[in-house]
Write a protein that binds this ligand. Structure first.
Ligand code: HEM
Length: 458
């Protein structure tokens, strides 16, 4: 932000204040613009930070005077951003605690890199806070009973920002790698049993993205909730119950008008984009089978191979088109054999809508915003996985095969979170399976019913 006093000295600042309508006897009127704290007129301002409480002078002002003073407030950089409070939040344990075998008899000697360790964690928490702020707003927009194209674009930008934040956090992990494992060992034991596993905001981020609580691995035979303070646990449980991005997206996709009315027999006869797609799939598979069977130049062995591949393709399309088949495939466990993880987690109707968006956006302008939204969501999901991966690598570099301070197997545990169980939007990632080559895509999309009012799917 630009500071009006960047090049000024104290005298200039004082004369500016004197020239303004603000009495310097009313210091509260000069500070904390833009937020609820501006009304620090009738009570002491209390800033609670990591267990410490700082109380500023009480300033008593009647509301009318406070409002008038607000109009002329001079915002000072450091006050607005609470810089002193922020900078006072780094408290290395090694500064106050003696480390057996490391500190001389004279008392504790701060481990130099604990400062970096704390700053990187705190910076993560601040950015997680921003990501949650944006994610919640995107969920509200997508999950609303009606949406507009402008709303979708805004939600997409906010989801993209969350993705940017996760990627930014990866670079923070890289900075942490500048700490040598030996330097970490200087203070690591002082942290036990605290662990990043207890980052409530990270858990809320997972939950609001849509990670299914059933997909979480038990942690030392306990639910992850077991390891949090009562307050954090309440917030996390609440986030499991709140509408999440996965549910909001699913609900919105289900309203896609190009699918026709749900469950209506007559719908299969109507001229919807979905019906055009189904017909194209059928024609394409029939033609491909015929081409393989008619080709006299290939060996029987090669033909067998091509037919096997085609059969796999046919099975995928059958699953997409046939609701019963979809239900039975979704109920199966994934390749890891873990029972709680269905292969497809979106509803059948929502997945079909997503396929239409990804398939037809180049030719249907109204699908542009939905297409960007789907891409942003997949990118966000992948950025969380990227963060998990970078964190696990950094952890291995730092502690090798030692158990974590939180008591897990450390790197081994973190590696087990890198599979599909912890990816929320795996259905969207698989959509290219259902794309048709341009020569088989329906050509009359612009005239297909259901494309009006498409963008917001209100
Ligand atoms: C030297 C640096 C770090 C080491 C050695 C480390 C180590 C670990 C270990 C071993 C775990 C597994 C739980 C346990 O047994 O403690 C863990 C989990 C976790 N750590 Fe870190 N970590 C480091 C830095 C960070 C940073 C900077 C963050 C940022 C917030 C972070 C966030 C997390 C989170 C969110 C989990 C839970 C992951 C999950 O359960 O999927 N860690 N960490």
């Amino acid at each position: 932000m630009s500071c009006p006093f960047a090049n000024s000295n104290v005298t200039q600042l004082q004369s500016y204040l004197a020239a303004s309508a603000i009495s310097q006897e009313e210091p509260a009127a000069q500070t904390y613009a833009f937020d609820g704290d501006a009304n620090i007129d009738s009570a002491a301002t209390t800033v609670v930070s990591f267990g410490e409480t700082m109380v500023s002078e009480p300033v008593v002002m009647d509301p009318a005077t406070a409002a008038a003073a607000d109009q002329h407030k001079v915002v000072y950089y450091s006050d607005y951003l609470r810089v002193p409070e922020l900078l006072d939040l780094v408290h290395p344990e090694s500064r106050t605690r003696v480390r057996p075998g490391l500190d001389p008899a004279g008392g504790p000697v701060e481990a130099h890199d604990e400062h970096l360790f704390i700053v990187v964690h705190q910076a993560h928490e601040l950015w997680f806070k921003q990501a949650l702020h944006d994610l919640r707003s995107a969920i509200d927009i997508i999950g609303a009973p009606t949406t507009s194209a402008a709303g979708l674009t805004l939600a997409t930008r906010r989801i993209n920002r969350c993705r940017g934040i996760m990627d930014l956090c990866i670079t923070k992990l890289n900075i942490l790698k500048s700490m040598d494992p030996l330097e970490f060992l200087e203070f690591r034991d002082l942290l036990m049993p605290a662990s990043g596993f207890q980052s409530a905001q990270f858990r809320i981020l997972e939950n609001l993205t849509g990670l299914n609580p059933l997909d979480r691995l038990d942690y030392q035979r306990e639910s992850y909730l077991h390891y949090f303070s009562d307050d954090d646990r309440k917030r996390i449980i609440q986030s499991e119950q709140d509408l999440n991005l996965f549910q909001a997206l699913n609900k919105w996709l289900e309203r896609c008008p190009a699918l026709g009315p749900d469950g209506d027999q007559a719908a299969s006869q109507t001229d919807t984009l979905w019906n055009s797609y189904e017909q194209s799939v059928h024609s394409m598979l029939t033609q491909q089978r015929k081409t393989i069977l008619d080709d006299k130049k290939i060996s029987d062995e090669h033909r067998e191979h091509l037919l096997t591949s085609l059969k796999a393709s046919e099975d995928y399309f059958k699953m997409l088109i046939d609701a019963d088949e979809y239900a039975s495939v979704s109920a199966r466990s994934d390749a890891t054999g873990l029972p709680a993880t269905p292969i497809y987690t979106m509803t059948h109707r929502a997945l079909k809508a997503a396929v239409l968006v990804k398939m037809f956006y180049p030719r249907v302008d109204q699908l542009s915003a939905p297409h960007q939204l789907l891409n942003a969501i997949v990118e966000l999901d992948m950025s969380i996985t990227r963060w998990r991966f970078s964190h696990s690598q950094m952890v291995q570099m730092m502690i090798g095969s030692r158990p974590g301070t939180g008591g897990s197997s450390g790197y081994q545990y973190l590696r087990s979170t890198l599979n599909e169980r912890y990816a929320t939007f795996k259905d969207l990632v698989r959509i290219p399976t259902f794309m048709l080559t341009p020569d088989w895509a329906p050509s009359n999309v612009a005239s297909v019913a259901g494309l009006t009012n498409f963008a917001g799917w209100a």
